[in-house]
Design a protein around this ligand. Structure first.
Ligand SMILES: Nc1nc2c(ncn2[C@@H]2O[C@H](COP(=O)(O)OP(=O)(O)OP(=O)(O)O)[C@@H](O)[C@H]2O)c(=O)[nH]1
Ligand SMILES: [Mg+2]
Length: 297
């Protein structure tokens, strides 16, 4: 029997959803940050086995805020929960459940879909804390399976989660060709790699006002490298100055880290040309948000 299905990965920000997607797929397709709200749109990853195909949908962390950018991000979570076969609800050592997460748990229940609770980051928890979190979640929703893992410390975390998913998935068709691991474009993944380096190198709130778009990407045969030109879009002049840094030091470091990772991703040499542009109030304007966070628009 061939099994397949769409698995929506949902949870509060920073619980490890994107870490899980990358672990399951075996390649880095989603960015990871110690800062919350790293993921801004849903990212699909496809895992093929001999008798199965699983399409994982990583989503932005569930978070209540009236800010326009957050509202657009929420739409991606809603979209992922429009049509799915199994929900993988993830939490971490904080075990946070708030009203919005409860809304989504209710939605899963109402759709009568199967679900798995993954309690992640057990490396940071005592047994008692794990039990407390388990109780908190099971008193609010029914899960078919509950798993306790540390994605970064348990060598068998991937196998545990994958086996639980395969148990619950039903017979289904192959939706994608075998050689596709993601439906995201190269340009999107490259822009995200750059944004990840900004998130992890630039202090405080600034990364929340930053978007990255890849404007040009071409192979230069004579030099045997990819020329990639990307814009780092900020809202204010002060943010531009901070990202550039004294004598351009910070942007150089961001560029170096991003280039190395893009080279590993494309498996070629890369010349990365970064430009910081100011677009006032872009995080308040829906058409601009969509254009900047999702190359489909
Ligand atoms: N200690 C510990 N940290 C972990 C574990 N799994 C993931 N992390 C870290 O948790 C942070 C958040 O991980 P992400 O995968 O970006 O979390 P996310 O849920 O996708 O976050 P958003 O995209 O913001 O919603 C990163 O710094 C990860 O390295 C774990 O098992 N233990
Ligand atoms: Mg994420």
């Amino acid at each position: 029997m061939f099994k397949s299905g769409f698995v929506a990965i949902i949870g509060k920000p920073n619980v490890g959803k994107s870490t899980l997607l990358n672990l399951l797929i075996g390649e880095k397709i989603a960015i990871v940050s110690h800062k919350p709200q790293a993921t801004r749109k849903s990212v699909k990853g496809i895992l093929n086995g001999e008798n199965y195909q699983i399409i994982f949908v990583d989503t932005p962390g569930i978070h209540e805020s009236q800010k326009k950018l957050n509202q657009v991000m929420r739409k991606y979570i809603d979209e992922a929960l429009e049509d799915f076969d199994l929900a993988l609800v993830m939490t971490d050592n904080h075990g946070e459940i708030d009203e919005v997460l409860e809304e989504y748990l209710a939605k899963i229940k109402q759709k009568n879909k199967k679900s798995i609770l993954v309690i992640n980051k057990t490396d940071l928890m005592t047994k008692e804390q794990i039990e407390e979190i388990k109780e908190k979640f099971t008193s609010r929703a029914n899960f078919n399976v509950i798993l306790e893992v540390s994605l970064i410390k348990d060598p068998d975390a991937k196998e545990k989660i994958l086996n639980a998913i395969l148990e619950l998935l039903e017979e289904g068709p192959k939706y994608f060709e075998d050689d596709i691991i993601s439906t995201e474009t190269e340009r999107f993944i490259i822009a995200e790699i750059i944004r990840e380096k900004i998130m992890n190198n630039v202090a405080k709130e600034i990364p929340y006002h930053v978007a990255v778009t890849v404007e040009e990407m071409k192979y230069r045969e004579e030099k045997d490298l990819y020329y990639i030109r990307a814009n780092i879009i900020v809202e204010r002049r002060a943010h531009k100055m901070i990202i550039i840094g004294e004598n351009g030091r910070l942007i150089k470091e961001i560029g170096k880290q991003a280039r190395e990772e893009i080279e590993a991703f494309l498996k070629t040499k890369v010349y990365l040309d970064l430009w910081v542009k100011i677009k006032e109030h872009w995080t308040k304007k829906e058409p601009l948000i969509k254009e900047y966070i999702d190359p489909r628009f």
